[in-house]
Design a protein around this ligand. Structure first.
Ligand code: PGA
Ligand code: ZN
Length: 423
């Protein structure tokens, strides 16, 4: 399926935090087109592909993306118009080569990933297929993923005193995606009620979860378990379980210890604490439980808890196939978080998932804390059959766009199974 591109254009838009990002449109020679909104993280891994910002203090405190926009509108558009393309992978490889750096720093990963996503959409339109049917599989058959609703926010995503960044609820035992979304929304409402009744603020963090002034992770876990019960659901893997993303790189200190609610903890203290949390609360997955530089700590964490729960690498993996392959050899984690803009093309994202798949590592597809209404990741999660998608609270337009897309897909394809794949 060769194709030609007649144009690629970008404009500067705002993301859900009110910061600039890109909207990219790609037009094919058969008249089909695709549009993509580019996400943007706040707790980023140091080895992520580079998000190009203008650095002009006169605009958006340096956060403008007009340089990246200009790269799409000029150099990238000229490059894309110049030849016939064999596949999305062919185009993605060529964009990598055009950029010429290891980490997409010259043209900007935000420019490149927008072009890659918009091209995928245009190719799906050209094939008259929904995106989830057009996207290539990575060896797992399509399924509707378990949504991981981030109902309580801390860390760099909220101004409260909570060091842990994300506390999520996952309706693992729901019979369908529709019932899973309903459970998420009902528990979210129950949590708001309970927090308000206890005199806590019910303002929201960046991903739409509540951001009360609670600082002790265990205290928050207890409130969430109570809200699950309040809403009439069963806490646990047969009902609604809990996933954590402490994003520990953000509270790791220079001497290798961790600061949690004013206490100083070693890696082994952290691992002991997680073990106790797993005993006391229905936790099925922990992402970034330790900092990205704590290689030995990650090995001990995986050896100690990897048989009991999912251990997910995010900041330390950066959706990078080579980094993940090395981590697999080193027995670090048993799953990877998957974010398109961390690596910068759809093709490399699929490669990272394939590396995981071959090693029996789980894959959780993820939004970023700065989002647009673009629901590409919902289609990606279904197409790849990875069985897990985290995309924030069951509230706020940019988050529910993804969950609502899963509902649409489930109605169009009632034959698709729901839930995590059995490994
Ligand atoms: P980010 O957070 O998008 O701000 O990086 C998400 C995560 O850490 O998983
Ligand atoms: Zn994370």
């Amino acid at each position: 399926m060769t194709f030609g591109i007649t144009n690629a254009t970008a404009l500067e838009i705002l993301d859900s935090r009110g910061r600039p990002t890109l909207s990219v449109t790609v037009e094919l020679s058969d008249g089909s087109s695709g549009v993509a909104g580019v996400p943007s993280g706040a707790s980023t891994g140091s080895r992520e592909a580079v998000e190009l910002r203008d650095g002009d203090p006169a605009r958006f405190s340096g956060g403008g993306v007009l340089t990246a926009v200009n790269h799409v509108n000029t150099e990238i558009a000229e490059h894309l118009r110049g030849r016939t393309w064999e596949s999305l992978a062919d185009l993605d490889r060529s964009l990598q080569a055009l950029d010429g750096t290891q980490n997409k720093a010259r043209l900007g990963a935000n420019a490149i990933v927008g072009v890659s996503m918009a091209t995928a959409r245009a190719l799906a339109a050209s094939a008259a297929q929904p995106l989830f049917e057009w996207l290539p599989s990575v060896g797992q058959s399509p399924r509707l993923p378990v949504p991981c609703f981030n109902v309580l926010n801390g860390g760099v995503h909220a101004p409260n005193a909570l060091d842990f960044q994300e506390l999520m609820i996952s309706p693992l035992g729901a019979p369908s995606i529709a019932e899973a979304v309903r459970a998420g929304a009902e528990i979210y409402a129950a949590l708001r009620k309970r927090l308000a009744a206890d005199g806590h603020a019910t303002g929201l963090g960046d991903e739409g979860g509540f951001a009360p002034d609670l600082a002790e992770p265990e205290e928050v876990l207890a409130v969430i378990v109570a809200a699950i019960t309040d809403a009439g659901y069963t806490p646990g893997r047969d009902g609604v379980a809990i996933a954590l993303d402490p994003a520990a790189s953000e509270f790791a200190t220079a001497d290798g210890t961790y600061r949690v609610n004013g206490q100083t903890l070693t890696s082994d203290d952290m691992i002991d604490r997680y073990a106790a949390m797993i005993d006391a609360y229905p936790i099925w997955s922990i992402e970034d439980g330790l900092g990205e530089a704590d290689h030995d700590g990650w090995q001990r964490l995986t050896a100690r808890l990897g048989e009991r729960i999912q251990i997910v690498g995010d900041d330390n993996f950066c959706t990078n196939p080579a980094i993940i392959a090395a981590a697999i050899d080193d027995h670090i984690a048993n799953a990877a978080l998957i974010k398109l803009n961390q690596i910068g093309t759809v093709t490399e994202t699929l490669e990272a998932m394939a590396v995981c798949q071959r090693a029996g590592y789980g894959q959780m597809i993820s939004h970023r804390s700065g989002e647009t209404p673009d629901s590409f990741i919902a289609d990606l999660a279904v197409a790849t059959g990875c069985g897990q998608l985290k995309t924030g609270a069951p509230a706020r337009g940019e988050r529910v766009a993804k969950y609502n897309r899963l509902l649409e897909i489930s109605v169009a394809r009632p034959d698709l199974p729901y839930g995590p794949p059995s490994r």
